[in-house]
Write a protein that binds this ligand. Structure first.
Ligand code: TYM
Length: 339
């Protein structure tokens, strides 16, 4: 099992929800910041994981590519170690309650709150046209989480502000209409919450980047991983030391190495005492390759077995079973006439 720190992960059993967008190629950042936590949590809690296709369409997508990526992300989540007998995996658009609750929560969220979201500002920057969906994105995320009366939301650091808004919306709804939603807690890993781009260690490694050399994709073959890590931007000086401000490139590589070889940052630093950047890069590449090897093998098996469709069909049924009654309660509380 993946090593995680913090007593929070232990009993009692809680409800866990998280989502992944089927846009671009899932990266090592997604794996170290989120997927790895998902896999560990399924052993201790009741978990729901969702491929959020409705979120993906808030920016332009090629329809057939989106369908293919939705399946690919579901298969990659399973290949990363999610076990269909231990958690529920489903596609967001398969459970219409998400979109319905989103509409209701639109009326509990303010324009000002949405305008302050830094992800919205980043994603809107440089676009000729910005969809209303991109602006409302965090409300759909709140709906995803609140529908399952979620306690814990494992995410990378970039989702922290969205989680704060979700908590605010839950509290506002509860005080306006009576106790309905659980106010969820974000679960952000102490190490690996923000894996940086290889070509620019001051910005986040992102699956929507147009520069493939900036990220390691989970399906990158070993030689591609070696080439990308070899070209990663490092810093001036020669010492391999963890100092994120002063040495962002080397520190990012040390974090990747530590997580992929299941070591602490201090242990990782010790491994490179007296060594140079080339040694660090070689070791990083090999640790990443070893981490991805079993995942890539399972992914290959899953694509031939067709198991993903069955998992998603069962996931859809289970998710709807939980989300349906919560949505009914919400509709009743806000005063919608029952059919
Ligand atoms: P998405 O699809 O961008 O990313 C999926 C998960 O990966 C984390 N992550 C990272 N962690 C560390 N370093 C990085 N460079 C890095 N890049 C991405 C993200 O924080 C995320 O946990 N809005 C969400 C999807 C979503 C969601 C939800 C999440 C929709 N509904 C409900 C939680 C709960 C997103 O775009 O994630």
């Amino acid at each position: 099992m993946t090593r995680l720190s913090g007593a929070k992960y232990h009993l009692p059993m809680k409800r866990v929800f998280s989502g992944v967008q089927p846009s671009g190629n899932l990266t090592l950042g997604n794996y170290l910041g989120a997927l790895r936590q998902f896999v560990a949590l399924q052993h201790e809690h009741e978990c729901f994981f969702c491929v959020v296709d409705l979120h993906a369409i808030t920016v332009p997508q090629d329809p057939s590519l989106l369908r293919a990526k939705t399946e690919e992300v579901a298969a990659l989540l399973l290949a990363a170690g999610l076990d269909p007998t231990r958690m529920t995996l489903f596609v967001q658009s398969h459970v219409p309650a998400h979109a319905e609750l989103c509409w209701i929560l639109n009326s509990v969220t303010t324009f000002g709150e949405l305008g302050r979201m830094t992800q919205f500002k980043d994603k809107a920057k440089g676009r000729k046209s910005v969809s209303a969906g991109l602006f409302n994105y965090p409300i759909l995320m709140a709906a995803d989480i609140l529908l399952y009366r979620t306690h814990l939301v494992p995410v990378g650091a970039d989702q922290k502000q969205h989680l704060e808004l979700t908590r605010e919306v839950a509290q506002r709804f509860n005080s306006r209409y009576g106790e309905t939603f659980v106010v969820p807690e974000p679960l952000i890993p102490k190490v690996g919450a923000r894996i940086m781009a290889l070509d620019d260690p001051t910005s986040k490694m992102s699956k929507s980047s147009e520069v493939p050399a900036s990220y390691i994709a989970l399906l990158d073959p070993p030689d591609t991983v070696r080439a990308k890590v070899a070209r990663a931007v490092t810093d001036s000086g020669r010492e391999v030391r963890y100092a994120p401000q002063e040495k962002p490139g080397v520190s990012n590589l040390l974090v990747i190495y530590a997580l992929c070889s299941d070591k602490s940052i201090q242990e990782a630093e010790r491994d490179f005492e007296g060594a140079g950047y080339a040694d660090l890069k070689r070791a990083v590449a090999e640790s990443v390759i070893e981490t991805l090897r079993p995942l890539q093998a399972r992914y290959k098996d899953l694509t031939v077995s067709g198991e993903v469709h069955e998992v998603l069909a069962a996931g859809r049924r289970r998710a709807a079973e939980v989300a349906g009654p919560v949505l009914e309660e919400v509709k009743d509380k806000v005063g919608l006439l029952r059919a």
